[in-house]
Write a protein that binds this ligand. Structure first.
Ligand code: C2E
Ligand code: MG
Ligand code: MG
Ligand code: MG
Length: 276
C-alpha cells in the first residue's frame, strides 16, 4: 500500500514538474520578444514621507502581458528573465523608462522625487554597470541624486568584495542605493557597514502582521533603530492599514510604500495624483 501510494505520488509529482517546465519554457520564449512587441510597461508606486505626508519618491515596477499568456506576474517572469539572462536587456529598458519618466515629472514642475529602480543581481554584476547607469542619466538629462537603485542582499552573496567595489563606483557617481526586502536575506551587518547604501526597505513580510505579532514588531523596531544609528533612511514596504502606519510612525520610520496610500500607477494616474 505504502509503495503504491509512493509511486502514485511520484507520478503526480513528475507530471506537475513537467507542466511547470513547459510553462517556464513558454514564458522564456515569449520573454525574448516582449520588448520588441511592446508588451511591457512600467507602473510607479508612490513612496511617502511619514513626517510630511508628501510623495518623496516612486518605485518603478515592471508589468507584462501577452495575447497568449495574459498577464504574467513579476514573481514569475523576473526569475525566468534572470535565469535566461534576458533580465539585462529588460532591466536596462526599465531603467531607461524610469529615468525618462523622472525627468518628465521634473520638467512638468512637480516637486523633486527620487525614482527607485529594481536591479537584479545579474544586472548589478555586469561589467560596466556604474558607467552605463551614468550614461543613461546623462543621455536623459537626470541628475544622479534623483535615481535610487534597489538592490537585494543577494548581490553580495557570491562576491562581497566585488559588490562593495561596484557600490563604491556608483556612490562616487552620486547614484543612491537601497537594500530591498531587507531582513529576508542573510543580512550580514558587517557588510551593511561597508555598503554605500542610504536606505533600507523593510520587507513587507515583517510589516504585514506588525499590529498583532509582537515578534514582527520587535524586528521592525530593531531594523529602524539600527538604521538610525548607522545614519540610514528606512522605508516600510507593503503598508496596507492605518494600524501599520501608526506603529511605523511611533517607531520613527521615515517613509512608507503600500496600498494604504496607493497601488502602483500608470504614468497618467501618477501624474493625476501629483496634481491633486
Ligand atoms: P519589490 O521590489 O519588493 O516590490 C514590491 C512589491 O510589492 C511589488 O510587487 C508591489 O506591487 C507590491 N506591493 C506594494 N505595496 C503593496 C501592499 O500594500 N501590499 C501587497 N501585498 N503588495 C504590495 P510586484 O510589482 O508584483 O513586483 C514583485 C517583485 O518583482 C518586486 O518586488 C521585484 O523584486 C520584482 N520586480 C518588479 N519589477 C522589476 C524590475 O523592473 N526589475 C527587477 N529586477 N525586478 C522587478
Ligand atoms: Mg523593489
Ligand atoms: Mg521589496
Ligand atoms: Mg521582492
Amino acid at each position: 500500500q505504502v509503495k503504491r501510494a509512493g509511486r502514485h505520488d511520484f507520478r503526480f509529482f513528475t507530471a506537475a514538474m513537467q507542466q511547470r517546465a513547459a510553462r517556464h519554457l513558454q514564458v522564456v520564449n515569449a520573454l525574448r520578444y516582449a520588448l520588441e512587441r511592446e508588451q511591457m510597461h512600467v507602473v510607479y508606486q508612490p513612496q511617502v514621507s511619514l513626517k510630511t505626508g508628501r510623495i518623496v519618491g516612486a518605485e518603478a515596477l515592471l508589468r507584462w502581458s501577452t495575447p497568449e499568456l495574459g498577464v504574467v506576474s513579476p514573481a514569475e517572469f523576473i526569475p525566468a528573465a534572470e535565469e535566461s539572462g534576458l533580465i539585462v536587456a529588460i532591466g536596462d529598458w526599465v531603467l531607461r523608462q524610469a529615468v525618462r519618466q523622472a525627468r518628465g515629472w521634473l520638467d512638468a514642475g512637480f516637486p523633486p522625487m527620487v525614482m527607485a529602480v529594481n536591479l537584479s543581481a545579474i544586472q548589478f554584476r555586469t561589467a560596466d554597470l556604474p558607467s552605463h547607469v551614468a550614461q543613461v542619466l546623462y543621455e536623459e538629462g537626470l541628475p544622479p541624486e534623483y535615481l535610487e537603485l534597489e538592490l537585494t542582499e543577494g548581490v553580495a552573496v557570491q562576491d562581497p568584495q566585488g559588490a562593495i567595489a561596484t557600490m563604491n563606483q556608483l556612490h562616487d557617481r552620486g547614484i543612491r542605493m537601497s537594500i530591498d526586502d531587507f531582513g529576508t536575506g542573510f543580512s550580514s551587518l558587517s557588510h551593511l557597514k561597508k555598503f554605500k547604501v542610504y536606505k533600507l526597505k523593510i520587507d513587507q513580510s515583517f510589516v504585514r502582521d506588525i499590529s498583532t505579532d509582537s515578534e514582527d514588531k520587535a524586528i521592525v523596531s530593531a531594523i529602524i533603530n539600527m538604521a538610525r544609528s548607522l545614519g540610514l533612511t528606512t522605508i516600510a514596504e507593503g503598508v496596507e492599514t492605518v494600524e501599520q502606519l501608526e506603529f511605523l510612525r511611533e517607531q520613527d520610520c521615515d517613509e512608507m510604500q503600500g496600498y494604504h496610500f496607493s497601488k502602483p500607477l500608470t504614468p497618467d494616474a501618477f501624474r493625476a495624483l501629483l496634481e491633486r
